[in-house]
Design a protein around this ligand. Structure first.
Ligand code: 6U4
Ligand code: NA
Ligand code: NA
Length: 159
């Protein structure tokens, strides 16, 4: 299989108000896009620990209950290393969202997502989140990080 690197992507959910916390990425990979919180999994931690750490670093929220909802592979033209992204929902958390060096947090209605400002794949798999259906996907991007040239997406029973 192709070389890949592990990442997390975490979405804090406010179920009472039907909202999800996104962050405007202020620097680095995916800059100027709205997305969940996350980053590279470090060598000394589990994937779930990495997810909770990145959420805390980037949003100020402390995860109290976290569930994996998806597994995504991203392939970028001219990049030999694929991204393996573990997607989590956080239904219980402590703290208040605060702006970090990396992210400017903002709540959105779960049925009113700003897909035009998000990665192109997000509008394709977000419906699975709404249905509480676990999913796996593969997306091939051009080097422009915008154009999807090929995609595979399906529901799964377990991750
Ligand atoms: P540094 O700056 O090295 O500390 P780090 O926070 O570890 O970075 P980062 O932010 O570059 O890592 O990680 C990339 C983030 O972007 C992860 O949360 C995964 C997410 N991501 C990458 N491609 C994506 C895509 N096509 N769709 C999507 N999220 C994507 O929804
Ligand atoms: Na990050
Ligand atoms: Na990181």
């Amino acid at each position: 299989a192709m070389a890949h690197r592990l990442y997390t992507l975490v979405f804090p959910m406010d179920e009472q108000n039907g909202r999800v916390l996104l962050g405007m990425k202020k620097r680095g990979f995916g800059r100027d896009k709205l997305n969940g919180f996350g980053g590279k999994v470090e060598v000394n931690e589990t994937i779930a620990e990495g997810a909770a750490r990145e959420l805390a670093e980037e949003s100020g929220l402390e995860a109290k209950s976290m569930k994996q909802c998806g597994l995504l592979m991203f392939y970028f033209e001219n990049d030999p290393v694929a991204m393996e992204v573990h997607v989590f929902l956080v239904h219980k958390y402590e703290g208040t969202a605060v702006e970090s060096d990396e992210m400017r947090p903002q709540w959105f209605g779960i049925h009113d997502m700003p897909f035009k400002q998000m990665w192109a794949d997000d509008s394709l798999w977000w419906p699975y989140v709404l249905k509480e259906q676990k999913f796996v996907g593969q997306f091939w991007f051009k080097a422009d990080q915008v154009t999807v040239t090929r995609e595979k997406l399906s529901a799964v029973d377990s991750l």
